[in-house]
Design a protein around this ligand. Structure first.
Ligand SMILES: C[C@H](O)[C@H](O)[C@H]1CNC2=NC(N)=NC(=O)C2=N1
Length: 113
């Protein structure tokens, strides 16, 4: 396990099944990410975020989008007036890789104050 916290790590190119995390690694990493859970298909980690209004929701999405472009790793985003659901999955792996957990931790860091 890398000694650096997830939120201090950067995504690496991860392509191919050899980068897929097994179920026990996924559970261990999820323990570091309050509120994040495994999606229904087991191939994504998901979390719902609530905001007071539309512009706060949009600000969050823009911040996530900037980080995602910087990391070259991109979430699925569903949003409405005061909520946003993020799902991270690694398409190049066909499931979960460490990149998904790094980005989820980076999202949490965006919200720290
Ligand atoms: C070439 C580029 O690095 C890849 O296509 C990246 C871009 N963003 C990505 N985002 C996600 N979620 N999964 C990927 O496999 C992925 N691959």
């Amino acid at each position: 396990m890398n000694a650096h916290p997830l939120s201090a790590q950067h995504c690496q190119p991860r392509k191919g099944k050899e980068h897929a995390l097994d179920a026990s690694a996924v559970q261990e990493l999820l323990q570091q990410l309050p509120g994040w859970e495994l999606g229904a298909d087991g191939k994504a980690i998901v979390k719902d975020f609530r905001f007071d209004d539309f512009h706060r929701t949009l600000g969050f999405i823009n911040a996530v989008g900037f980080m995602a472009n910087h990391e070259d790793h991109h979430p699925d985003i569903e949003a409405g007036y005061g909520h946003c659901r993020l799902a991270w999955s690694t398409h190049d792996v066909g499931g979960l890789s460490l990149n998904d957990f790094i980005c989820a931790a980076r999202v949490e860091a965006l919200l720290e104050r």
